[in-house]
Design a protein around this ligand. Structure first.
Ligand code: MLT
Length: 262
């Protein structure tokens, strides 16, 4: 792990392996550790780069609003800081996918391939956005436990909860360690994120769309629809997985990513 200066902020980054740069961007309110199975499994063929987004993990916290566009620019700044000029593969899960859309729209020339895991193209409804702003206020008063309580039951397939409770507990601990200011800023940023549905047909980059069979946050039907709107996308559904498919089923997810990148 190392802290890399990006503009006025430092981002914590884990790097492993050599080959095409593969940037793994975590979901909300997590950190790079959700990708441990990919860091271990994919670094023999790629240069895996797994940052903590602003406000998360060991990266600096910037209170206020963390816009998805800003987070995408942070990743571009990180690539500059690492002197990576060649086009990368960008893989984002959920909020990391919202950042991936913005990276594709704002930094197209830096992108060779796109992997979207358990994410959405649509914006929040006004009610959902309002709910996020309320949660942000509550987290600032009561702490990260509020986010853990509301989210943990929605992240995993029933089989993961039964067969791999350590993954659930590990994820809870990551959320509990996260800064309330970082969580609140991301909630405000997600509430304001643009709807990119109308732009999907213009994203002329090879894409892999991955969805856990039991994902209730970004369900298979919605992700299949995203894949059908992208000009060059393949859709892969992961059995016995929920919203955290790469964490729940790393071997199957890694095989899909490896095949897509080769
Ligand atoms: C995530 O996993 O990043 C969140 O579920 C995204 C969201 O709340 O929309």
């Amino acid at each position: 792990m190392s802290l890399i200066q990006v503009g006025k902020m430092r981002l914590n980054v884990v790097e492993r392996g050599t080959g095409i740069p593969l940037v793994l961007v975590h979901g909300y309110p997590l950190d790079h550790s959700m990708w441990q199975g990919q860091i271990d499994g994919l670094a023999n063929g790629c240069r895996v780069i797994a940052p903590d987004l602003r406000g998360f993990g060991a990266s600096d916290v910037v209170p206020g609003v963390a816009m998805m566009q800003q987070m995408a620019d942070d990743i571009a700044g990180l690539l500059d800081a690492l002197a990576i000029k060649e086009p990368i593969a960008f893989c984002g899960l959920s909020m990391g996918g919202y950042v991936a859309w913005q990276f594709a729209l704002r930094h197209r020339q830096r992108l060779a391939k796109l992997v979207l895991c358990d994410t959405r193209a649509a914006a929040d409804t006004p009610e959902a956005a309002q709910g996020r702003r309320k949660t942000a206020e509550t987290v600032l008063v009561r702490g990260a436990g509020v986010a853990a309580e509301s989210l943990i039951p929605k992240l995993f397939a029933a089989s993961t909860i039964t067969d791999a409770p350590h993954l659930v507990e590990q994820t809870r601990q990551v959320i509990l360690r996260t800064s309330p200011e970082g969580i609140a800023a991301a909630l405000h940023g997600m509430a304001e994120r643009p709807d990119v549905t109308a732009q999907l047909s213009q994203l002329d980059v090879p894409a892999l769309v991955i969805c856990g069979q039991h994902d209730g946050i970004s369900p298979p039907a919605e992700m299949r629809q995203i894949a059908s709107q992208l000009p060059h996308a393949r859709y892969v559904e992961i059995a016995d997985a929920g919203h955290m498919a790469p964490l729940e089923q790393p071997i199957v997810v890694n095989a899909a990513i490896e095949q897509f990148l080769s």
